[in-house]
Design a protein around this ligand. Sequence first.
Ligand SMILES: [Zn+2]
Length: 330
Amino acid sequence: MPYSNEVYNIAANRLYERRQNALRLADFRREQLFTEFPRLREINSELMSIGASIGKCIIKGSSQPDIRELSERSLSLQQEQDRIFADMGIDSKVLQPEFTCPVCGDTGHIELENRTVVCDCFKKLMADVAAEQLNTDLPLDKCTFETFKLDHYSDKPDQNGRSPLDRMSKIYNYCVDYADNFTVSSKSLFMRGATGLGKTHLSLAIANEVIKKGMSVIYVSAPDILSKLEREHFTYQYSAQEDTFNSLIKSDLLIIDDLGTEFSSQFTVSCLYNLFNSRLLAGKPVIINTNLRLSELVEAYSQRFVSRVLGSCDRLEFIGEDIRTLKQSR
Ligand SMILES: [Zn+2]
């Protein structure tokens, strides 16, 4: 799936920087080495001039003995260079740039069966850039499992004989376990409950752990992402819309927060259904958070959507008092 010019250009610039950095670092290392062992510098410059001479000979059609003489001199210089490296106990590879992607040398393209194709590293970079553009204000550092305080929840049993603390401990442990065992094909989660009970905090804590495992996460609030998709659609920015949709579908984990607080329209409803369904078909997990009751969800999004969500997600019910209010009153 193609990305917009903007995403392509940002990714291409990053790749260019990567390559330049690797080349600069190799130059720096070479310079250090040549300063320490001046003979290596002499060998290097003679090897370069021999290379140029051989090139000229070939173009001019010079005699084979001339070329052979140059090649033999080149070989003996290389052997001398190898001996120096062996004596120093250094791998001669130190003179070569260390590219982030050894496959394409950080150019982003490779030759495959006489065709130039985009390297996987460049594809990944474009996906990362597109995802970053959605994740601009992810409050990850504040929301971890360590900063989640269970003692904000009451230990007084309700009419069913269970306290909010008891329920939340179970949810908390479930989430820790979910994050620990997360894979790209983990089950989806549906977190439901009133505002201020920790749904966002726990989903971001999961996000933190998933990112630590080297996987990609996109966290969006439903009103923000749906209005973005709607704006891109109705202002004909189809390539931007495709970037957004691609990123939402491709990330290893997608978290949709605050479902039901957006302005609902036929467009947003079908958009959400498509998004959720595309991820499910690709076997990729989603975490959906909502304050709405199930009947309200059905009213806002249709029975079909709600059944699809409930049928494919583990459901976590957050019950208790708003901990943000409790924290303030203490
Ligand atoms: Zn590459």
